[in-house]
Design a protein around this ligand. Structure first.
Ligand code: SF4
Length: 56
């Protein structure tokens, strides 16, 4: 999902690399990520993201 070296300034999303494991959702303290493996979908609410890097 978000693939880039840890950074507090910028996130780069790479949906083609997502395996729907939900680790990013579990690690996000802001509930900015929502992964639905059953539907093979995920969403990112950028307005919630603090760029903490915990999902990377
Ligand atoms: S950088 Fe932090 S706040 Fe933003 S999506 Fe990742 S874990 Fe959530």
């Amino acid at each position: 999902m978000a693939s880039q070296a840890r950074s507090h300034a910028h996130l780069h999303l790479a949906p083609e690399r997502c395996v729907l494991c939900r680790l990013c959702q579990i690690n996000c303290p802001e509930q900015a990520l929502q992964v639905t493996p059953e539907a093979h979908t995920w969403s990112f609410r950028e307005e919630r993201c603090t760029r903490c890097g915990r999902c990377l």
